[in-house]
Design a protein around this ligand. Structure first.
Ligand SMILES: Nc1ncnc2c1ncn2[C@@H]1O[C@H](COP(=O)(O)OP(=O)(O)O)[C@@H](O)[C@H]1O
Ligand SMILES: N[C@@H](CCC(=O)OP(=O)(O)O)C(=O)O
Length: 374
């Protein structure tokens, strides 16, 4: 195999850069390397690839700013370091992207944000809006309000959750090793690189079993878990060495670098399975015949104009059932509006949503990405 088509074809990527890389082994932020990644990411963006960055490094940068040489054991001090370092982190990303005429945006998230349906949709809309307007989102954990993540120092999982959230084609995890080896290369000189595998392959667990570097804490195990999580929405994961010259653009060109971990199924099948697993519906929308055709035959989003009637007491982000005029379920999906709002805009054209509600959280009642035909 000489090239990876998955990477050449990817239109939306999450690129996660770990502490071990970003912080130059404890000597503050590695601005020079960060600048080189930005150059490559800017090249991807100008080629039409949408990129969300998940950037670690706040704790390490905070420690450096505060003059601490040892990672604090007390959680509130870790949190203080993260909050202090986050300033330097986003300043550096912003300054580097500015050289390319690009803006960046800071997004701080917790894992809980992404398991709450409403916040999930809100986070997703914000990220999509940023990508639409050409701003590069820089995501990190919101370490001020959570402690589990900071304790385990695991932004790999966050990278996967973001890949799920924006339905990325792939998750690129850049780290201080060339990829996943069959054993920890720090301890075993004879370790050999795994170039490609199914993310679900159980034999990988034993390989990734070792610990992490001094700054990063997750190690390969969290990267493997992240690859499995990303695979749930059909995304592939590449774990590669962030110090390889032109690593990002070479990966984009399909070069075989690092470890490619593949999902069992494609994005569409994965999304349908995920949506179908939400058995409980909270309400019902009765669709007119035109809307049934659009949704079921043409794979389009459901617009308010095609909704004749709304029943149930659902909230934005909950699962509702879509039925035809004889009451037969034709689709289900995550609705963009609360029940009362949905009633007010049912039958109306989307450009009237703001007039009726005073705001709009999408021109669709249910976006096609959140809709599954049954
Ligand atoms: N099988 C393996 N292959 C590669 N690296 C491994 C393996 N097992 C453990 N590791 C360790 O994982 C570390 C990378 O994880 P981590 O320090 O958390 O990085 P990051 O900050 O980039 O997330 C490597 O430096 C390496 O010592
Ligand atoms: N959010 C914190 C911790 C994240 C972290 O270290 O993650 P990782 O790069 O996966 O080891 C930070 O930015 O330092």
């Amino acid at each position: 195999m000489s090239e990876r088509t998955q990477l050449r074809q990817a239109r939306r990527l999450v690129i996660k850069i770990g502490s071990a890389l970003l912080t130059n082994d404890g000597k503050g932020l590695d601005v020079a390397s960060l600048g080189l990644w930005v150059d490559q990411i800017a090249e991807l963006i100008s080629g039409g690839v949408e990129v969300v960055i998940v950037s670690s490094g706040s704790v390490a940068e905070g420690m450096s700013r505060l003059g601490w040489s040892e990672r604090p054991k007390q959680l509130h001090l870790l949190q203080a370091a993260a909050a202090t370092g986050q300033m330097g982190l986003v300043q550096t990303w912003e300054a580097q992207f500015k050289r390319h005429g690009l803006h960046s945006a800071q997004i701080l998230l917790t894992h809980d944000d992404l398991s709450d349906r409403k916040r999930y949709l809100n986070g997703r809309s914000t990220l999509r809006a940023l990508l639409d307007v050409g701003v590069v989102p820089i995501v990190n954990e919101n370490d001020t309000v959570v402690t589990d993540e900071i304790r385990f120092g695991d932004n790999d999982t966050l990278g996967a959750l973001v890949a799920n959230l924006i339905e990325a084609d792939g998750l690129v995890i850049l780290t201080d090793q060339l990829g996943l080896f069959d054993k920890d290369p720090r301890k075993h000189a004879d370790a050999s690189l795994v170039t490609e595998c199914k993310a679900s392959d159980a034999s990988l667990d034993a390989m990734a079993g070792g610990g992490a570097g001094a700054l990063g804490r997750g190690g390969m195990l969290t990267k493997l878990r992240a690859a499995r999580l990303a695979a749930r929405s059909g995304a592939f994961t590449v774990i590669a060495g962030g110090r390889i010259e032109h690593v990002i653009t070479r990966l984009r060109d399909g070069e075989v670098l690092g470890t490619l971990l593949l999902p069992e199924q494609g994005r569409t099948a994965a999304r349908k399975q995920w949506l179908a697993s939400h058995l409980q519906t909270r309400g019902r929308l009765i669709l007119d015949d035109g809307a049934v055709r659009m949704v079921c035959l043409n794979g389009r989003s459901l617009l308010p104009v095609g909704v004749k009637e709304v029943s149930g007491a659902f909230r934005r982000g909950e699962m509702v059932s879509c039925v035809n005029s004889s009451g037969k379920e034709v689709a289900r999906g995550l609705v963009n509006y609360d029940a009362a709002e949905a009633r007010s805009i049912a039958g109306q054209s989307s450009d009237r949503i703001v007039e009726v509600l005073g705001y709009a959280s999408g021109e669709e009642m249910i976006h096609r990405d959140n809709l599954v035909v049954v």
